[in-house]
Design a protein around this ligand. Structure first.
Ligand code: CP
Length: 305
C-alpha cells in the first residue's frame, strides 16, 4: 500500500503515468465510469475547501464509487478531542482510501502511520499540497505541451503557500531547464530551505523580485497565489499585504502571448475579474482538470490501473 503525503512520494515515472492516465480519463471518461464500483473514499477535511474536497468526491463518483466524510473539524469528533490517529483507525474500517486536509503540518503523515488504507494529503498547513501539484503539472502538460524548459513566476504569498512549495520541489527534482522567478513582498518570501536545499544545492537558477512588472515579460507561466488570511498571526500584517499584487489587463500588456496564468484558487483580489476573459487565464480549466488527475490517482493508489 502506498500513501501520497509529500509530492516527492511519487517518482517521475509515476507522475508521467498519472498524467497519461489522467489524459485518457479526460478524453474518455465513460471508459472508467464503473472501475471503482463498491469502493469508498473518505474526505476528512479539518480545514475549509471547495476544489480539493469536491474534486476528490467528483472523481470517486465519476469512477462509480461512493463518498463519505466531513468538511470541518467542528462536525467531527475532533471537536471532542479525538486524535487524528484514532480517527483514521476508525475510518480505515469504513472506507478504502482517504483524503485528509488539516491545518497542522504533518497531520496526514501521522494518519498514514495509523492507517490500513491509502492516505492522500489534501493540504497540511503551509507545508504541502501534492494533489494540487499533480493538478498543476497536468494543466501545464496539457496546455503548454511540456514540463521542461519553462520560466515560471510564482507571485504572492510564497512563505505560507503550500501549493508553491510542493510545485517548486517537484519541478526542481524531476524536470530540466526550469527557471524560477519568485515575486513576493519581503515578508512573504519563499522559505530558505527551498532556496538552499532544493535550488542552490542543485544549481537550479532562480531570482527574487518585489515587483510583478519587473518579471512578467520573461515568464512562460505566471502562478498567482492568494495572501492567506488564515496563516497570519495578526490581522494588521494581513491587511497591509493582502493587495500587494493585483493582476490586471494593463499589467498583462508586457506578458508573452502564450504565457499561462495559473492560480490554485480560491482567488480574492489578486487577479482582477477582467483577466478571466483573457485566453491566457487558465485557472478555472486548472480546477476542472484536477478532477481527472485525482481520478487517476485514486485508481493507482487502489491498485486498479
Ligand atoms: N486549490 C485548493 O486547494 O482549493 P480549495 O482550498 O478550495 O480546496
Amino acid at each position: 500500500m502506498k500513501h501520497l503525503i509529500s509530492p516527492l512520494d511519487l517518482n517521475k515515472t509515476e507522475i508521467d503515468e498519472l498524467i497519461a492516465i489522467g489524459n485518457k480519463m479526460y478524453e474518455n471518461p465513460k471508459d472508467y465510469s464503473s472501475i471503482c464500483q463498491g469502493k469508498k473514499i473518505a474526505t476528512l477535511f479539518y480545514e475549509p475547501s471547495t476544489r480539493t474536497r469536491l474534486s476528490f468526491e467528483a472523481a470517486m463518483l465519476n469512477l462509480g464509487g461512493n463518498v463519505l466524510g466531513f468538511s470541518s473539524a467542528d462536525s467531527s469528533s475532533a471537536a471532542k478531542g479525538e486524535s487524528v490517529a484514532d480517527t483514521i483507525r476508525v475510518i480505515s474500517a469504513y472506507a478504502d482510501i482517504a483524503a485528509m486536509r488539516h491545518p497542522k503540518e504533518g497531520a496526514p503523515m501521522v494518519a498514514s502511520q495509523h492507517s490500513s488504507i491509502p492516505i492522500i494529503n489534501a493540504g497540511d498547513g503551509g507545508h504541502n499540497h501534492p494533489t494540487q501539484t499533480l493538478t498543476d503539472l497536468f494543466t501545464i502538460k496539457r496546455l503548454k505541451g511540456r514540463l521542461d524548459n519553462l520560466t515560471i513566476g510564482f507571485c504572492g504569498d510564497l512563505k505560507f503557500g503550500r501549493t508553491v512549495h510542493s510545485l517548486v520541489q517537484t519541478l526542481a527534482r524531476y524536470y530540466t531547464n526550469i527557471k524560477f522567478v519568485f515575486i513576493s513582498p519581503e515578508e512573504l518570501t519563499i522559505p530558505s530551505y527551498l532556496k538552499k536545499e532544493v535550488l542552490e544545492d542543485n544549481n537550479i537558477p532562480f531570482c527574487e523580485v518585489r515587483l510583478l512588472d519587473d518579471a512578467i515579460a520573461d515568464l512562460d507561466i505566471l502562478y498567482m497565489t492568494r495572501v492567506q488570511r488564515e496563516r497570519f498571526f495578526n490581522e494588521e500584517d494581513y491587511v497591509r499585504l493582502k493587495d500587494f499584487y493585483i493582476l490586471t489587463n494593463a499589467k498583462l500588456k508586457s506578458a508573452k502571448e502564450d504565457m499561462l496564468i495559473m492560480h490554485p484558487l480560491p482567488r480574492v483580489n489578486e487577479i482582477a475579474t477582467e483577466v478571466d476573459e483573457d485566453p491566457r487565464a487558465v485557472y478555472f480549466k486548472q480546477a476542472e482538470l484536477g478532477v481527472y488527475i485525482r481520478m487517476a490517482l485514486i485508481c493507482r493508489l487502489l491498485g486498479l490501473l
